[in-house]
Design a protein around this ligand. Structure first.
Ligand SMILES: [Zn+2]
Ligand SMILES: [Zn+2]
Length: 198
């Protein structure tokens, strides 16, 4: 798989970085083994002194959607009559539904654990919370312009940074999966096919 990418450049000092750090699969994993996607922004990490992937903490809407799904899966498990219950006890599909319902509950719990009080977004490279998000132009206007100014200034430099597309240069992306705990601390690199995540 190869993709074009963005190049961020500081016109004051010549510093350059790419948006490639955002690529790949990033997941939170709970002690029970549940996994959910980590949403992320491009940002600046004052500890790494560089452009990095910064976690975008799950919002109330995303957490609620997981909770609603978990609830509906549990409700689907409740048989309405004794006969259904008896059949359900012995059917493979009932066991599958039960496993899905447990998974959904664990994902909802995991998302809720990610936004514990006092939690700030982390740098997904080093875990520092001394980070700021770099606001990028929306993709439609990016498609039309070769080179765009950003609001973000490279720390210590006077001029705002600029973003350009890599153009014809494409980057072959090896599939990767980075696993983090609910506090945003890196645990391991895993096989991207090891588990289906959402
Ligand atoms: Zn600079
Ligand atoms: Zn960092």
């Amino acid at each position: 798989m190869s993709m074009p990418y963005g190049v961020l450049a500081c016109p004051s000092c010549g510093y350059e970085a790419t948006t490639k750090g955002l690529w790949g699969l990033f997941v939170y994993r709970s002690d029970q083994g549940a996994e959910v996607h980590i949403e992320r922004h491009l940002g600046w990490c004052h500890s790494c002194h560089g452009v990095a992937a910064i976690e975008a903490l799950p919002d109330a809407g995303r957490i609620q959607a997981e909770q609603v799904e978990a609830k509906s899966r549990w409700e689907a498990l409740i048989p309405t009559t004794g006969l259904q219950r008896l059949r359900g006890l012995f059917s493979g599909s009932a066991r599958g539904l039960r496993r899905q319902a447990l998974d959904a509950l664990r994902r909802a719990d995991l998302l809720a654990a990610v936004v514990m009080p006092g939690r700030s977004p982390c740098c997904l490279d080093c875990g520092s919370t001394d980070v700021e998000v770099i606001v990028l132009p929306n993709p439609e206007s990016r498609g039309q312009m070769q080179d765009q100014g950003l609001a973000f200034r490279h720390p210590g430099c006077p001029k705002p940074m600029r973003l350009r597309e890599s153009g014809g240069t494409r980057f072959a992306m090896a599939p990767t999966k980075r696993v983090y705990d609910p506090q945003g601390r890196f645990i391991e690199h895993a096989d991207p096919r090891s588990r289906l995540v959402r």
